[in-house]
Write a protein that binds this ligand. Sequence first.
Ligand code: TRP
Ligand code: SF4
Length: 521
Amino acid sequence: MTADHTDTAATDGGTETTDGADDLALDPWGSSTVSDYRKLFEEFGIESFEDVLGDVPTPHYLMRRAIIFGHRDYRRVLAAMRDDEPFAALSGFMPTGDPHIGHKMVFDEIIWHQEQGGDATALIADLEAHAARALSWAEIDEHTKDYLLSLLALGFDPEAGTLYRQSTNREVQDLAFELGIEANFSEFEGIYGFDGETDVSHMQSVVTQMADILSPQLDEPKPTVVPVGPDQDPHVRFARDLAARTRYFGVTEAFASFEVDDEDERALLARAYDALRDPDTDEPVRCVAAADWLADADLTDADGDARDRVVEKLEAAGKEPLRPRVRFLDRNATDEAFEALIDAVAGEKRVFEGHVDSFEMDRDAAEDLAREVEVAHGGYGFVPPSSIYHRFMTGLTGGKMSSSIPASHISLLDDPEEGYDKVKAATTGGRTSAEEQRELGGEPDDCPVYELYAYLLASDDDEFAERVYEECREGERLCGDCKEQAATLMEEFLAEHQEKRAEVEERLEAADIELESPRRR
Ligand code: TRP
Ligand code: SF4
């Protein structure tokens, strides 16, 4: 990982290479190569989207086709969607070149969440483009308008949603400053590979992105999803960390007055409690008894170190009874806020130095209360942001899709005929001859043209996308005809899209975003 930038676009899905079958560094400014998406689950803890697909009310085709393949904590966004609670979706675009068909995926994802009732935000990462990619303000302005026209043409409602550019958003800059207090340089080194040569403004663009991601929660805390490519995952994880660091209170489960540090220890306490408790008599379970039970029980699946730690704590607690409870820890609260929390905890409770235990609240109610008191006392109460990740599109020429290689991608501003020509010239997953193709079938899984159908041209029509796939595999589809069909559809799409861009021009002028930066350099 390096802090340098290369020529690739980032959230846009424009950065896959198939060679470089390598290491798995997720670098927001490098050329991300993801050779094996499954590794992202194991190594970075991204969850498979398939697991939540069933809970999505009316999934977008990018979800149905597993082009959106992963997520972090998206369940909380889905729960809000289902329960008609507020939620938000936000993504950002560096205006470094023309918007292309990779960006369209992200535009569509934002728009879909807006249609599901979310607060939708699209932001122009102009500070990042200026600092990390050295674009001039004049170039930035030109591209900014192009991104926004395409976003509106694809269906974003600027009256219902929010548009902004980083450079003129004072609230975001203020939040970035506050979040910067929670972040230090060692973390920048560890997460992004920044070093002594890294520009300070590049670092500032990182805290700005953290603020972007949390900004939908400035009016009230709410689940927020960030649709991006997996190269942005380091930013998402960092934003989740920073959000947690600003919180006034931590909420955990506990069984006795002493602190337990981790989930393994808590799970062991729960097992001892469940094993020893007699629901008929409700006799107290003493800590020493739990210590003896844990020391002797056959717990081969448990972490031995955690067990030793718990046994030691239980022995020290002696005759104190074990009792499940939720614990509120004072993290960054003011004295006043901590006092207010203590007052607000309903039912039986015990107050300690730095924490308060409640014996009658459940965990969710405790989380809600902690957030409520925090917000009432001037805190943000941030909900950890969620994310969804889409696959990168393969370039039309086979390697990576890159903004700097025009033949590798289709810009949303390409002349329709040029788009037609690029598709006709694309690499395919076909065989060397028509005979061979009929005999063996093509390889749609390795075909950039098939990707065009799946990611864009088949649009909502799953049956059509599947037909292309099957016909190809069965050898019923030959590449020449297949490309002709795709090229024609691309030409139509571009013509229609560009017409819509012209139509939304006035709407964009009326929207609440500065299209021209006062900055010059
Ligand atoms: N860093 C993103 C990119 O490389 C742009 C961006 C800025 C962004 N702020 C964001 C993306 C917030 C998602 C959410 O393109
Ligand atoms: Fe690709 Fe179409 Fe050829 Fe199949 S028939 S390999 S999908 S171009």
